[in-house]
Design a protein around this ligand. Structure first.
Ligand code: TXA
Ligand code: MG
Length: 447
């Protein structure tokens, strides 16, 4: 059952504040995205956040404050440039990474010597932090690596079952996460976000943007972030949408030509980047739910908030077009070729990792033998991790011995095997492929 969802009344905020003080987990709105908050000074409470988000331990969490004075308590030193930015932009969508003081638990900063501080410009968030009387550690209220939530409903769908309360403050007005700026020695943008970099540069001069190629200092820089489950590709001038594919379009402005898109989401009717950022995650959530094979995203101009949007799109694209894993049910080498070709073409990948199951899909679909199932799961897990795969294809083929009666039962096994695999790997796309008598590959749709 999902956590209670309450409007931000005085009473609801009182309840939320008390939960947070006691180390409970409360999702709340900010001007950027919804956060999943708890008492930042309580290491056990923060540990629960990692669990619920299924977040790797190395990923540090932003500490949210409602009073600028708290910065002095949480940080060892605040340099002049940081002070200028605090004065100009806080509260607002800017997170400052500064040297941490001893009161910040290591788990919050994942062992780093710095802490990320943010004062949100949202009346509900500010009121909640004030009432809680403790700084609130809060990552975005989504599962690790998935789309950030910009409505209470997005939160409820992803993690609602495992948290204590959701405060529904409506849609987040900015809609894209805060800009993260490390300002210890040389200022360095760790994540472009809700405050355009140009605005910051007006105050402290040119700043370097941390590049992905270096070891990530901030896991927001990891490639596998902010991604829908459906593969996503940024549209290029010469992109052609292959026929027979259910494609969706994330358009910047209303498109002139609807082409063959199954579903289109428009970021901004007037082509305004602010409006586009605000709608960005909602549009992607809707496309992701539309059971599409692929989402094409139109690039947006890379100025102001456009930089943050393109950053999220590139990260979403980066992983999807990597390599894919395939669990195949048969020992018949002849099936591997058509299946590999099909996956490469349809899902635009360069490499298919074949796992041969000990026996047909029956093992996955019907096996009561826990240890066999565990070892299959482990094989798939290794392949997924090794290749950052985002697709598992369960494959089957016609009965080479020519018994047509087998076909139906095998398709049923594929469908059941898909169900099992989906339970194991809810974040990975799972599909079924069937090689027919003419060696053509067909998708087996999960009902
Ligand atoms: O807009 C936002 O920033 C939202 C709302 C809820 O405030 N929060 C958010 O948190 O996006 P999260 O955890 O999803 O992303 C925070 C980013 C991560 O990429 C994290 O690695 C980085 O900030 N970060 C946090 N502490 C850091 C530190 N000490 N050094 C470097 N990066 C840090
Ligand atoms: Mg996040």
């Amino acid at each position: 059952m999902s956590a209670e969802i309450l409007k931000p009344t005085e009473e609801a905020l009182k309840k939320a504040a008390s939960l947070i003080r006691k180390g409970g987990l409360v999702a709340f709105p900010t001007e950027t995205v919804y956060g999943l908050g708890t008492n930042a000074l309580d290491a056990n409470a923060v540990a629960k956040i990692f669990e619920v988000k299924q977040r790797p331990r190395f990923d540090p969490i932003i500490v949210h404050i409602a009073n600028l004075k708290d910065i002095e308590r949480l940080c060892r030193e605040v340099n002049e440039r940081a002070r200028m930015l605090i004065k100009k932009f806080l509260p607002g969508p800017l997170t400052l990474v500064l040297p941490k003081s001893d009161i910040v638990p290591d788990i919050v900063t994942a062992g780093l010597e710095t802490v990320a501080i943010r004062m949100p410009a949202h009346p509900v968030a500010l009121k909640l932090i004030k009432m809680a009387k403790v700084p609130i550690a809060a990552p975005s209220a989504n599962l690790f690596g998935c789309l950030s939530p910009t409505t209470a409903k997005h939160v409820a769908e992803q993690i609602g079952e495992n948290i204590d309360l959701i405060i529904d403050g409506g849609k987040c007005p900015i809609g894209i996460e805060s800009t993260v700026l490390e300002i210890v020695e040389k200022p360095l943008i760790l994540r472009p976000g809700g405050l355009p970099i140009e605005e910051i540069e007006k105050v402290i001069g040119k700043i370097e943007i941390s590049s992905l190629s270096k070891r990530p200092r901030s896991p927001g820089q990891l490639e596998r972030h902010y991604s829908p489950r459906t593969p996503l590709k940024i549209l290029k001038k010469d992109s052609v949408v292959p026929p027979g594919i259910k494609a969706g379009l994330l358009a910047f402005k209303p498109p002139e030509d609807k082409l063959s898109f199954e579903k289109i989401e428009v970021l901004s009717v007037s082509g305004d980047l602010r409006e586009a950022a605000c709608n960005f995650f909602s549009c992607l959530h809707r496309l992701d739910k539309a059971d599409l094979d692929i989402i094409y995203a139109e690039p947006v101009p890379e100025t102001g908030l456009g930089k943050a949007i393109m950053d999220r799109l590139r990260k979403a694209e980066g992983i999807k077009m990597g390599r894919f894993a395939t669990a195949i049910n048969c020992m018949d080498g002849r099936v591997q070729m058509p299946v590999t070709e099909y996956i490469k073409n349809k899902y635009e990948v360069d490499y298919v990792d074949m796992i041969t199951l000990p026996g047909p899909n029956k093992v996955l679909a019907e096996s009561k033998d826990k240890s066999t199932l565990e070892s299959i799961k482990r094989c798939i897990e290794i392949s997924l991790n090794l290749h950052s795969s985002k697709l598992i294809a369960i494959c089957g083929h016609f009965d080479c011995a020519g018994n047509p009666a087998n076909q139906e039962s095998q398709i049923k096994q594929i469908l059941d095997a898909i169900k099992v695999t989906k339970l194991w790997f809810p974040d990975v796309r799972v599909t079924g492929l069937w090689v027919n008598q003419s060696w053509k590959v067909e998708e087996v749709k999960c009902m």
